[in-house]
Design a protein around this ligand. Structure first.
Ligand code: SF4
Length: 182
Protein backbone atom coordinates (compact mmCIF):
# COMPACT_ATOMS: atom_id res chain seq x y z
CA UNK A 1 0.00 0.00 0.00
CA UNK A 2 1.20 3.49 -0.79
CA UNK A 3 2.02 5.61 2.23
CA UNK A 4 0.69 9.17 2.57
CA UNK A 5 4.12 10.76 3.05
CA UNK A 6 2.43 13.28 5.37
CA UNK A 7 3.45 13.52 9.01
CA UNK A 8 1.82 15.74 11.63
CA UNK A 9 3.84 16.54 14.75
CA UNK A 10 1.66 16.48 17.86
CA UNK A 11 2.11 17.36 21.53
CA UNK A 12 2.62 14.24 23.61
CA UNK A 13 -0.56 14.51 25.66
CA UNK A 14 -2.80 14.59 22.58
CA UNK A 15 -1.96 10.92 22.15
CA UNK A 16 -1.89 10.23 25.86
CA UNK A 17 -3.91 12.40 28.24
CA UNK A 18 -2.49 10.38 31.13
CA UNK A 19 0.67 12.48 30.87
CA UNK A 20 -1.05 15.74 31.86
CA UNK A 21 -1.03 17.41 35.25
CA UNK A 22 -3.69 15.66 37.39
CA UNK A 23 -7.03 17.38 36.81
CA UNK A 24 -6.20 18.92 33.43
CA UNK A 25 -7.09 16.07 31.05
CA UNK A 26 -9.74 17.14 28.52
CA UNK A 27 -10.65 13.58 27.49
CA UNK A 28 -9.89 10.09 28.87
CA UNK A 29 -7.10 9.02 26.52
CA UNK A 30 -6.58 10.25 22.95
CA UNK A 31 -7.65 13.75 21.88
CA UNK A 32 -10.32 13.73 19.13
CA UNK A 33 -8.22 16.00 16.89
CA UNK A 34 -6.17 12.92 16.09
CA UNK A 35 -9.23 11.42 14.40
CA UNK A 36 -9.26 14.39 12.03
CA UNK A 37 -5.61 13.77 11.21
CA UNK A 38 -6.09 10.01 10.82
CA UNK A 39 -9.08 10.55 8.51
CA UNK A 40 -6.76 12.55 6.25
CA UNK A 41 -4.06 9.85 6.30
CA UNK A 42 -1.52 11.75 8.38
CA UNK A 43 1.09 9.78 10.22
CA UNK A 44 1.85 11.12 13.70
CA UNK A 45 5.19 12.08 15.19
CA UNK A 46 4.53 12.28 18.94
CA UNK A 47 6.58 14.94 20.68
CA UNK A 48 8.02 14.07 24.09
CA UNK A 49 6.30 15.65 27.09
CA UNK A 50 8.90 18.01 28.55
CA UNK A 51 7.17 18.29 31.92
CA UNK A 52 6.59 14.58 32.45
CA UNK A 53 10.21 13.80 31.58
CA UNK A 54 11.47 16.46 34.00
CA UNK A 55 9.07 16.30 36.96
CA UNK A 56 7.01 13.14 36.54
CA UNK A 57 3.30 12.51 36.96
CA UNK A 58 2.92 14.05 40.42
CA UNK A 59 3.99 17.54 39.31
CA UNK A 60 1.87 20.59 40.11
CA UNK A 61 0.42 22.86 37.44
CA UNK A 62 3.08 25.54 37.00
CA UNK A 63 3.58 28.72 35.00
CA UNK A 64 5.84 29.93 32.22
CA UNK A 65 7.94 31.88 34.71
CA UNK A 66 8.59 28.74 36.77
CA UNK A 67 9.66 26.73 33.74
CA UNK A 68 11.65 29.48 32.05
CA UNK A 69 14.95 28.47 33.66
CA UNK A 70 18.33 27.52 32.14
CA UNK A 71 17.77 23.96 33.40
CA UNK A 72 14.35 23.40 31.87
CA UNK A 73 15.35 25.16 28.65
CA UNK A 74 18.37 22.84 28.35
CA UNK A 75 16.07 19.85 28.94
CA UNK A 76 13.75 21.12 26.18
CA UNK A 77 16.68 21.70 23.83
CA UNK A 78 17.83 18.09 24.30
CA UNK A 79 14.35 16.76 23.53
CA UNK A 80 13.90 19.05 20.54
CA UNK A 81 17.24 18.03 19.03
CA UNK A 82 15.93 14.51 18.41
CA UNK A 83 12.65 15.79 16.99
CA UNK A 84 14.48 18.19 14.66
CA UNK A 85 16.68 15.33 13.43
CA UNK A 86 13.61 13.24 12.62
CA UNK A 87 11.95 16.16 10.82
CA UNK A 88 15.09 16.84 8.80
CA UNK A 89 15.20 13.20 7.69
CA UNK A 90 11.56 13.24 6.57
CA UNK A 91 12.13 16.50 4.71
CA UNK A 92 15.31 15.15 3.12
CA UNK A 93 13.31 12.21 1.80
CA UNK A 94 10.53 14.37 0.38
CA UNK A 95 7.85 13.98 3.06
CA UNK A 96 5.40 16.73 3.99
CA UNK A 97 5.76 17.72 7.64
CA UNK A 98 3.07 19.51 9.62
CA UNK A 99 1.06 20.83 11.11
CA UNK A 100 2.74 20.89 14.51
CA UNK A 101 -0.13 20.77 17.02
CA UNK A 102 0.47 22.35 20.43
CA UNK A 103 -1.71 22.97 23.48
CA UNK A 104 -2.80 26.55 23.84
CA UNK A 105 -2.23 28.06 27.27
CA UNK A 106 0.37 25.49 28.35
CA UNK A 107 3.51 26.91 29.97
CA UNK A 108 5.48 24.41 27.88
CA UNK A 109 3.46 23.63 24.74
CA UNK A 110 1.45 26.81 24.17
CA UNK A 111 1.80 28.05 20.59
CA UNK A 112 0.69 31.69 20.81
CA UNK A 113 -0.60 31.75 24.40
CA UNK A 114 1.00 30.48 27.56
CA UNK A 115 0.26 30.55 31.31
CA UNK A 116 1.82 33.32 33.32
CA UNK A 117 2.15 33.78 37.08
CA UNK A 118 4.89 34.92 39.44
CA UNK A 119 4.62 31.91 41.74
CA UNK A 120 6.95 29.93 43.89
CA UNK A 121 7.42 28.74 47.45
CA UNK A 122 5.60 26.67 50.02
CA UNK A 123 1.85 26.11 49.63
CA UNK A 124 0.49 27.90 52.69
CA UNK A 125 -2.97 29.56 52.72
CA UNK A 126 -1.69 32.99 51.67
CA UNK A 127 0.19 31.57 48.75
CA UNK A 128 -2.78 29.48 47.63
CA UNK A 129 -4.88 32.66 47.50
CA UNK A 130 -2.10 34.36 45.54
CA UNK A 131 -1.93 31.44 43.11
CA UNK A 132 -5.67 31.52 42.43
CA UNK A 133 -5.63 35.24 41.71
CA UNK A 134 -2.35 35.54 39.83
CA UNK A 135 -2.34 32.94 37.09
CA UNK A 136 -3.52 34.06 33.67
CA UNK A 137 -3.16 33.32 30.00
CA UNK A 138 -0.90 35.73 28.17
CA UNK A 139 0.38 36.01 24.61
CA UNK A 140 3.55 34.08 23.86
CA UNK A 141 4.64 30.50 23.29
CA UNK A 142 5.49 27.99 26.00
CA UNK A 143 9.10 27.19 26.85
CA UNK A 144 9.26 23.90 24.90
CA UNK A 145 7.47 25.27 21.85
CA UNK A 146 9.79 28.29 21.70
CA UNK A 147 12.69 25.93 21.37
CA UNK A 148 10.78 23.74 18.91
CA UNK A 149 9.74 26.67 16.69
CA UNK A 150 13.32 27.90 16.56
CA UNK A 151 14.71 24.50 15.56
CA UNK A 152 12.00 23.81 12.96
CA UNK A 153 12.05 27.30 11.48
CA UNK A 154 14.30 26.28 8.51
CA UNK A 155 11.65 23.78 7.40
CA UNK A 156 8.76 26.28 7.24
CA UNK A 157 6.47 23.98 9.24
CA UNK A 158 2.96 25.29 10.07
CA UNK A 159 1.91 25.41 13.74
CA UNK A 160 -1.59 25.14 15.18
CA UNK A 161 -3.12 24.17 18.55
CA UNK A 162 -5.94 22.61 20.47
CA UNK A 163 -7.57 24.94 22.97
CA UNK A 164 -9.86 23.86 25.81
CA UNK A 165 -11.37 27.37 25.80
CA UNK A 166 -12.86 26.80 22.35
CA UNK A 167 -16.24 24.99 22.41
CA UNK A 168 -14.94 21.96 20.52
CA UNK A 169 -11.35 22.23 21.69
CA UNK A 170 -10.30 23.70 18.34
CA UNK A 171 -11.25 20.68 16.22
CA UNK A 172 -13.36 22.57 13.63
CA UNK A 173 -10.69 25.28 13.26
CA UNK A 174 -7.91 22.74 12.69
CA UNK A 175 -10.08 20.70 10.31
CA UNK A 176 -10.61 23.90 8.31
CA UNK A 177 -6.87 24.48 8.18
CA UNK A 178 -6.30 20.91 6.99
CA UNK A 179 -8.96 21.22 4.30
CA UNK A 180 -7.60 24.54 3.09
CA UNK A 181 -4.04 23.26 2.85
CA UNK A 182 -1.20 24.15 5.17
S1 SF4 B 1 3.92 19.68 28.79
FE1 SF4 B 1 2.99 19.67 26.77
S2 SF4 B 1 2.83 17.50 26.23
FE2 SF4 B 1 3.18 17.61 28.43
S3 SF4 B 1 1.12 17.57 29.30
FE3 SF4 B 1 1.70 19.73 29.08
S4 SF4 B 1 0.87 20.35 27.10
FE4 SF4 B 1 0.89 18.12 27.14
Amino acid sequence: MNRSRRVAVVAHCLLNMNSKVEGLATCPGVHPILGELADRDYGLLQLPCPELTMLGLKRWGQTFEQYDTPFFRAHCARLVADVAAQVSEYVRCGYEIGPVVGVQGSPSCGVTQTMSGAWGGEYDDDRMRQIRSRRERVDGAGVFFRELAERLEPYGVAFTWVDDREPDGGIARIAGVLEGGL
